[in-house]
Write a protein that binds this ligand. Structure first.
Ligand code: NAG
Ligand code: NAG
Ligand code: NAG
Length: 400
């Protein structure tokens, strides 16, 4: 070895060490000695500390929660962070059964003002909600106690949630608010049919949300689409049990933003109370808009109300049906919808007497009724849909 090489070699070794230690420093394992998290114990503090460090890193970073079951009283992970950040949840986080033990009453795990978040790893957020469901009276009681949502994404942008399960949330499983360009892929929601108010994914005031290759079984809406949702793509999602895919309810509150650009495609809906639905309250306090909504290539399997627009949505007599809804629905298509209905009314399109629906298309719809209350039928009100390749019984058989 000549002199020159001898003096360069240690330099190489040094550079190599620096670069590997840098690579390591971007991984934050909550069970490492630095953070001290342990299986079967509460990792709320270790996880939050790892988040603080990872979020301050100027390099892309990864927080790892290894396989195992951990207790978690809750946290809201806040940005902005200095670089993209991934949370790899391989294990299961368990919420306290008693909601009053959570760190925040309305949120178990929150993500706020983060750009470039990846949540992945095959792990599970288990809300342990069975006790909370029994106490939930929020459907009837406006001043009910607030109940925690498993996962909240508030003002999160350019992010991916993939290979994650949310289970038995006390309330909605996922709430998406003020987000932009966020994809849910291979996402699983799992809760029993009887679980109260456990919507799978609720979206509001967000643009460019995608839900793909996902399985959602729960006690309430599979996906619920609130005001201000724009450019939502739901593709290859299987729903059931639950209440189906729903736009709304809308028209209950002041100043709701328009809903537009909704594409629900290649989905299977199974054993649910409703299939694809738009629902608005009568006597709305202000005007609303729903437009450019497309349901296509949907398989219905034993579904109640497979295709439904209901502008007289008024559960538990909380409103007056005499004043029509002020939400205007237009440019809606239902295409290639096949399978079985568990209710005799296969298609129900009841629009607002004040603002009839415009440009509604029904094409290639083939549904059979599985029950014994007579033949399948359809009902239309305040709408004149364009109808293509739909059997007469389903083509606005009763109409007004
Ligand atoms: C969502 O899907 C649309 C249409 O397929 C695509 O253009 C867009 O890039 C996707 N966005 C994300 C965040 O994956
Ligand atoms: C409905 O579609 C028509 C024709 O494509 C378009 O001109 C109109 O602006 C759309 N309406 C809304 C409210 O998007
Ligand atoms: C969930 C669902 O319905 N997936 C279908 C999407 O379309 C492909 C190809 O037509 C089917 O094979 C899937 O079953």
């Amino acid at each position: 070895m000549d002199l020159k090489l001898k003096s360069i070699l240690p330099m190489f070794v040094f550079l190599l060490l620096v670069s590997t230690s840098n690579a390591k420093s971007s991984i934050y394992d909550v069970t490492s000695a630095t953070y001290g998290g342990k299986a079967n114990s509460d990792i709320s503090r270790p996880f939050s500390k790892a988040w603080t460090d990872a979020c301050a890193s100027t390099l892309a970073s990864k927080i790892v929660v290894p396989r195992g079951t951990y207790k978690f009283v809750g946290a809201t992970f806040k940005g902005p962070c200095k670089a993209p950040i991934e949370i790899q949840l391989q294990g299961t986080l368990q919420a306290p059964v008693d909601g009053s033990k959570l760190s925040k009453a309305d949120t178990w795990v929150g993500f706020e003002r983060i750009d470039g978040l990846t949540l992945s790893g095959g792990g599970t957020f288990d809300g342990q909600g069975a006790t909370a469901w029994k106490q939930n009276d929020c459907n009837k009681n406006k001043n009910c106690k607030s109940i925690a949502i498993n996962l909240r994404f508030n003002f999160v942008t350019n992010s991916i949630i993939r290979d994650i399960t949310t289970k038995d949330s006390k309330n909605f499983h996922v709430n998406v608010l003020g987000c932009n360009n966020v994809a849910f892929q291979h996402f699983t929601v799992s809760a029993p049919k009887e679980s109260m108010n456990t919507d799978g994914i609720h979206i509001g005031r967000s643009t460019g949300i995608n839900i793909t290759d996902s399985i959602i079984g729960t006690g309430d809406d599979c996906i619920s689409i609130g005001d201000g949702t724009k450019q939502l793509h739901v593709t290859k999602v299987t729903c059931g049990p639950g209440h189906g895919i729903s736009i709304g309810s809308l028209g209950r509150y002041q100043n709701e933003e328009p809903v537009s650009g909704i594409f629900i495609k290649n989905c299977t809906i199974k054993n649910t109370d409703n299939g694809v639905r738009i629902k608005t309250w009568p006597a709305s306090p202000s005007n609303g808009v729903v437009s450019d909504v497309h349901f296509e290539d949907i398989i219905m399997d034993n579904v109640g109300n497979p295709v439904i627009i209901d502008q007289e949505y008024c559960p538990w007599n909380q409103c007056t049906l005499k004043v029509p809804s002020k939400v205007k629905i237009s440019n809606v298509s239902f295409k290639n919808i096949k399978g079985s209905s568990s209710s005799p009314v296969g298609i129900k399109i009841v629009c607002s007497g004040g603002l009839p629906c415009e440009n509604v298309q029904l094409s290639d719809i083939d549904l059979t009724y599985t029950g014994n209350k007579g033949p399948i039928t359809s009902q239309c009100k305040h709408v004149k849909p364009t109808i293509n390749n739909v059997a007469r019984a389903l083509a606005c058989a009763t109409s007004s």
